[in-house]
Design a protein around this ligand. Structure first.
Ligand code: FES
Length: 164
């Protein structure tokens, strides 16, 4: 059992807010993802039981969206845009720099589980290219210096949270 009692209780509560149980699938997936950090077949089954929807329908919804990964990700998910505006302003070099700095390649997570690096399609911030999204925040007009500062700040933030 991966889902906590609180997560299951929240899912059961969410179901009551919708006219159809199917409508609760995305909120339930979000609750599970926030608790566990990734989703897999076992978790789909647990969600299915909690909201009384066939597991196949939970899996269909989950696999349609990239924000519900099946593999565990690091504390910080770095998504570097590689589309045209960002590419023209150095996205490839930026990705290579991040790979070297983190010691991983795209799609991987650092051994300390702090950073996962992926490249993604346009994030709608083309005027401030090159850019990346880390968890819910945008970082724009990136340079190697700003990347160094951002990674340092996030690493320090994670350490402070661990010590708290
Ligand atoms: S091309 Fe990178 S944000 Fe649009």
């Amino acid at each position: 059992m991966m889902l906590s009692e609180q997560s299951i209780a929240r899912m059961k509560e969410v179901v009551t807010k919708y006219p159809s149980r199917k409508s609760a699938v995305l909120p339930a997936l979000t609750i599970a993802y926030r608790q566990i950090g990734h989703l897999d077949d076992d978790i789909y089954n647990e969600i299915s039981e909690a909201i009384e929807i066939p597991a196949v329908e939970v899996a269909e919804a989950a696999t349609f969206y990239t924000m519900f990964p099946k593999q565990p990700r690091g504390k910080y998910l770095i998504q570097v845009c590689h589309n045209i505006s960002c590419a023209l302003l150095g996205a490839d070099g930026l990705i290579t720099y991040l790979e070297q700095k983190l010691g991983i390649v795209k799609g991987e997570t650092t051994p300390d589980n702090l950073f996962t690096l992926i490249s993604v399609e346009c994030l709608g911030s083309c005027a401030t290219a090159p850019m990346m999204q880390i968890n819910n925040d945008y970082y724009e007009n990136l340079t190697r210096e700003s990347v160094d500062r951002i990674l340092k700040e996030l690493t320090e933030q994670a350490q402070a949270e661990d010590e708290a």
